[in-house]
Design a protein around this ligand. Structure first.
Ligand SMILES: CC(C)(COP(=O)(O)OP(=O)(O)OC[C@H]1O[C@@H](n2cnc3c(N)ncnc32)[C@H](O)[C@@H]1OP(=O)(O)O)[C@@H](O)C(=O)NCCC(=O)NCCS
Length: 191
């Protein structure tokens, strides 16, 4: 019996800003002046937004969404589609469309907007989006220091050595959330 990757989503932090002020906007050329100043306290993630995200978006490799609070750029996330990177032979009822995952390639919250629940709110938004588009798996590579934050949001690590040894995969932890709830489905058909 394989391990299940379905877990409830908790919010590590409740949203501290008015949700009506949060605007999700597809990246566009008019945002470049705000993008250039973005700093989420992680150079690699900030530099991706500043230097690569728009081009990657135009090429349809990975799509970036900017998250504004009012007129301030508060965060961004980047999504791509990836083939599943684990042995799928034990997965029951695996439809062809589910051999790919929705991969959260980048997530960054500006240092001016941290600890306000915005990161949690965005992950919840992505989970809702994945449900609406029939995704079965959401995957991501978390920075080692953030993996427990994603765990609280319902994600599971897939490779134990990555959480035991922070350097096992260059400081990254592969994580997955499965949206297909077999227990719920079995209960539904039993009734
Ligand atoms: C990780 C990140 C996205 C979180 O965004 P955020 O908007 O600050 O997150 P939230 O406000 O929703 O949640 C923060 C809360 O989660 C909890 N938390 C923080 N780190 C945690 C961790 N490693 N494990 C469990 N809970 C954690 C804390 O309660 C924290 O609140 P506090 O600072 O008041 O103590 C943001 O800090 C960031 O952009 N970091 C740099 C880039 C990065 O790490 N990206 C994600 C990895 S790919």
């Amino acid at each position: 019996m394989r391990e299940r990757w379905t877990q409830p989503t908790n919010m590590p932090k409740e949203l501290q800003v008015d949700p009506q002020k949060i605007i999700f906007k597809t990246i566009s050329v008019e945002d470049l002046s705000q993008i250039k100043k973005f700093d989420c306290d992680n150079d690699s993630i900030s530099e991706f937004l500043i230097g690569e995200a728009f081009f990657s978006h135009l090429l349809r490799e990975a799509s970036t969404t900017l998250v504004f609070v009012g007129d301030q750029l508060a965060a961004f996330y980047t999504l791509q589609r990836l083939p599943l990177n684990f042995d799928v032979s034990q997965i029951e009822h695996l439809h062809d469309q589910h051999r790919m995952s929705l991969d959260l390639a980048r997530l960054g919250v500006s240092k001016h907007f941290k600890s306000l629940g915005i990161g949690s709110y965005i992950v919840k938004h992505i989970i809702d989006l994945a449900i609406k588009t029939n995704e079965r798996f959401i995957t991501l590579d978390a920075l080692y220091e953030s993996w427990t934050w994603y765990q609280e949001l319902g994600f599971n690590y897939t490779i134990e050595k990555e959480i035991v040894n922070p350097n096992a995969s260059d400081g990254l932890v592969n994580m997955i959330l499965e949206l297909y709830d077999e227990k719920f489905i079995n209960e539904f058909f039993d009734e």
